[in-house]
Write a protein that binds this ligand. Structure first.
Ligand code: PRP
Ligand code: URA
Length: 208
């Protein structure tokens, strides 16, 4: 199963506040960050563990750790930036790359404008961040950019996904796991998610 939808009352609660047009920029940003932490926790369920020895104040015991160096977070600019703090609370030492894409609002096609990735990205699991998966054009293009640079393992975290976007990613990139907090109903005729939350970038950065 490559599509994982979080199913939790706390997630539904937070998504409901996020959707409301009366939610402030500050609260919107905080909720995006919290949901990113929750999604990332789910996405790291299969993280390989290494056994270590620990000296506690009482005794010596065995413990397990994750090698954070094996991971990179890559937000799709600009709205994906809103998820970075949230994922870093879980894995503060992971490296961060940036992919710049925006959606041409007439054609709905993604336009690429930036790509800067950490060294040895081809050996890392990349956790791609974008709160909105609408037509899937931006997500699919970002995954292609990563694959072109040798990345082999990609997990895509989105907060709200439309069925059309989920289908597009699964068709174009069946190897990529998609984690989403909520699967919405559909896209409207201008490519916005219904019921959705509007323009995530504008709401995170207060630009409208
Ligand atoms: C939004 C969103 C996704 C994209 C989703 O970004 O953050 O990147 O649209 O739409 P798609 O699945 O149909 O491609 P936008 O293009 O508005 O850019 P921004 O983040 O800079 O505001
Ligand atoms: N991008 C957004 O920010 N919101 C949508 O509903 C669709 C694309």
């Amino acid at each position: 199963m490559k599509e994982i939808v979080l199913n939790h009352p706390m997630v539904e609660h937070k998504i409901s506040i996020l959707r409301s047009e009366s939610t402030s920029t500050k609260e919107f940003r905080e909720l995006i960050s919290e949901l990113a932490t929750i999604l990332c926790l789910e996405a790291l369920k299969d993280a390989p563990l290494k056994e270590i020895s620990i000296k506690t104040p009482i005794t010596v015991c065995k413990g397990k750790t994750i090698d954070e160096n094996n991971y990179a977070f890559v937000p799709i600019l600009r709205a994906g930036m809103g998820m970075v703090d949230g994922v870093l609370t879980l894995m503060p030492n992971a490296k961060i790359g940036h992919i710049g894409l925006y959606r041409n609002e007439d054609t709905l096609e993604p336009v690429e404008y930036y790509c800067k990735l950490p060294k040895n990205i081809e050996n890392k699991t990349v956790i791609l961040l974008d709160p909105m998966l609408a037509t899937g054009g931006s997500g699919s293009a970002a995954i292609s950019m990563l694959k072109k640079r040798g990345v082999k393992k990609i997990k895509f975290l989105s907060i709200i996904a439309a069925p059309e976007g989920l289908e597009r990613i699964q068709t174009d990139h069946p190897d990529v796991e998609i984690y989403t907090a909520y699967k919405d109903l559909k896209l409207n005729d201008v490519g916005y998610i219904v019921p959705g939350l509007g323009d995530a970038g504008d709401r995170i950065f207060g630009t409208k």
